[in-house]
Ligand binder design. Structure first.
Ligand SMILES: [Zn+2]
Length: 282
């Protein structure tokens, strides 16, 4: 087992050097606090497997409010290798809810987030900031890397990015967690796409044109930190369920801040006439 972990760490190191040379990727490592007590409380939880977590790789597309919360949780828990992709730049209007300070204004979000996260962890996580938006035509490194989990928390800018990532994840069999927040910053959903012929893809269940979620426009809609915390917690749990097998009886769940009723929580089936995954699964 130790040799497997050493091999995985060596592979991660070599790939990170490859990416850093190729694409201006910022590579950092969170400090490892000596002693066995830093993770002892979480290791007391059922289904927790710290060794599994520390040998895992998660790629996070989006370093904004939701992506920042997702990455912060991963580095605190001790995910071994955490990649972040974002081509956006930190602005003053981001500071009320995103994991940046005034000193980060003007910096690329992925690189700034990696610098911030490096001071937060205690398990020696490797952090890689890719300073560009996801682009299906150039992001072939996902095929090389084959992360254990992909998270997608982008809410704007890149047309069809969620659909493209869903299709890629289906083809490469990468478990993927999608997170999105409504225009009124009151509710949102987490959807978990798992590999397998019978499992739903993002396109099987999400009708974004009807939900209003895809209409979010930068700088024009209200935004606060509350829904980010609420949904990122749920998405972080979903990541754990995929890496460590923490129990989960849903793949599609929505939560609201103002309404006492949970909007829904379901294990959505694959839709047989879904065009998105139909061709990839044939
Ligand atoms: Zn589908």
């Amino acid at each position: 087992m130790t040799r497997v972990i050493q091999w995985l760490r060596m592979r991660t190191l070599l790939l990170s050097r490859h990416f850093a040379q190729k694409d201006d990727v910022l590579v950092r490592r969170s400090r490892r606090v000596k002693g066995a007590t830093t993770t002892s409380r979480q290791q007391g939880l059922p289904y927790w497997n710290q060794q599994q977590l520390e040998s895992s790789t998660v790629v996070n597309v989006g370093a904004g409010g939701a992506g920042g919360e997702l990455c912060l949780g991963q580095v605190r828990k001790g995910v071994g290798s955490i990649h972040v992709l974002d081509g956006d730049v930190v602005e003053a209007t981001n500071l009320n809810r995103q994991f940046f300070t005034a000193a980060n204004i003007g910096e690329n979000k992925a690189r700034a987030l990696v610098k911030r996260l490096a001071r937060e962890g205690c398990c020696g996580s490797q952090l890689l900031g890719h300073p560009h938006y996801y682009d299906a035509s150039r992001d072939t490194y996902l095929e090389q890397l084959r992360p254990d989990v992909l998270t997608v928390s982008i809410d704007r800018y890149v047309p069809n990015a969620r659909a493209s990532l869903s299709l890629l994840a289906t083809r490469l069999r990468i478990p993927t967690v999608f997170l999105a927040i409504s225009d009124d910053a009151d509710w949102g959903y987490v959807f978990v796409q798992e590999p397998g012929l019978n499992n739903a893809c993002w396109g099987c269940v999400i009708r974004e044109n009807e939900s209003g979620i895809s209409k979010r426009c930068p700088g024009t809609v209200g935004a606060t930190v509350d829904p980010l915390k609420m949904l990122a917690g749920l998405a972080l749990y979903a990541v754990d369920s995929l890496i460590m097998g923490r129990p989960r009886d849903w793949n599609y769940r929505a939560l609201s801040l103002s309404r006492s009723d949970v909007l829904f929580s379901t294990m959505a089936p694959r839709r047989l006439d879904c065009q998105l995954c139909g061709s990839a699964k044939q």
